[in-house]
Write a protein that binds this ligand. Structure first.
Ligand SMILES: [Zn+2]
Length: 361
């Protein structure tokens, strides 16, 4: 097996009632470790590259090429996936690089604007034979949120609102192509709907959205002063809205807010399993659980049984990798060769991936 189309992996999983692990890559060692773990478990997986990862590297092509090469050499089916892309030019670039699996995330917009821009990007993806995931009901704690400085433009507090009132369509992230070091692609014909997407690289606000490790948000939560309502960590996706969204956009999979949050470093998230089942019954595309690092093993299994298919995991792998590096360096403070502490970290992540895949039905 090798680099595989996500539709094949997900279609088989849905027919069999199984889950599929989707793991985020930052460094090459993580891609190697994830595939090693998948091979040990004998399971298909997704290798995911997020827009935040692309921002870290300053370019998409090198990290995509590395993941595609690792996938081609894998002994199990591996899909290479662009995760949480808010930039339409980034989606376009990924498609041009042969990526056939993308998540377009316009969930920071109002539901109506999310729907319009997602439908347009779904058309772009489908025209190239790609598979597209979208998100309805923003899942809290995204990487970009966790590192952004308080007080940046676009982060003012709105009064708590019912979950489906329109939120201001203000991009809360510096997601544009300039921020990613990408040339701006010419606007496609019929690009008007896409203009609603958060890709405003020309906004002066982008210049101040620098990464600031000194300003982390609480794990899994949002800082006081963030927008509330549909975009709060406690937000939930409504089943009827999910069905309407999928019908209107034509997406192939839907990420839903059911109790998990990104960047949790404790496995204490409480999923709403009844809601998962209701959404599963209402929509005819696979569901995606984001923020799965914070979900206990038993709940991951229960989520798949309730109707989740794609299980996204990132933070847990970073915790594992960093914990190993920290331990190795503490025990060997004179080490300078990165291979000496990356190798055990890579092995630890491979073991973690295999263990997680054993938990997911
Ligand atoms: Zn996510």
């Amino acid at each position: 097996m090798t680099l595989a189309h996500p539709g094949e992996i997900m279609g088989l999983a849905v027919r069999q009632g199984c889950g599929v692990g989707a793991f985020n890559v930052i460094q090459l060692e993580l891609a190697e470790a994830i595939v090693e773990g998948a091979e040990a478990a004998g399971r298909p997986i997704f290798l995911q590259i997020s827009q935040n990862c692309v921002r870290y590297h300053g370019a998409l092509a090198p990290v995509i090429a590395a993941c595609q090469a690792v996938a081609r050499a894998a002994a199990v089916p591996v899909a290479v996936h662009l995760d949480h892309a808010e930039s339409v030019p980034l989606v376009t670039e990924a498609l041009e690089l042969g990526v056939d699996s993308v998540m377009y995330d316009a969930s920071r917009l109002s539901d109506e604007a999310n729907m319009a821009s997602t439908a347009a990007v779904a058309d772009l993806a489908h025209a190239r034979g790609a598979w597209i995931e979208a998100e309805l009901g923003e899942i809290g704690g995204k990487d970009g949120d966790a590192v952004r400085s308080p007080g940046a433009p676009g982060h003012t507090t709105s009064p708590a609102a019912p979950s489906h009132t329109a939120s201001p369509a203000v991009p809360r992230d510096c997601t544009g192509p300039a921020a990613l070091g990408h040339a701006v692609s010419p606007a496609s014909p019929g690009d008007a709907a896409i203009q609603a997407a958060p890709r405003d690289a020309t906004s002066p606000s982008c210049a101040v959205h620098t990464v600031s490790p000194a300003c982390p948000s609480p794990a899994g939560g949002h800082r006081p002063g963030r927008r509330r309502g549909a975009h709060s960590p406690g937000a939930r996706t409504d089943a009827a809205d999910a069905a309407r969204f999928v019908e209107a956009t034509g997406v192939d999979a839907l990420a839903v807010a059911v109790g998990s949050a990104h960047a949790m470093t404790t496995r204490t998230a409480a999923l709403d399993l009844e809601l998962i089942a209701r959404i599963r019954a209402a929509v005819d595309v696979p569901l995606v659980l984001h923020g799965s690092s914070g979900v206990p093993d038993a709940d991951l299994a229960a989520a798949v049984r309730a109707g989740m298919t794609k299980i996204n995991i990132a933070t847990l792998l970073n915790q594992t990798f960093t914990g190993s590096v920290r331990a190795t360096l503490a025990a060997n403070p004179d080490l300078v060769d990165t291979r000496k502490y990356f190798a055990p970290a890579r092995a630890a992540v491979a073991q973690a991936v295999a263990s997680l895949l054993a938990v997911i039905p």
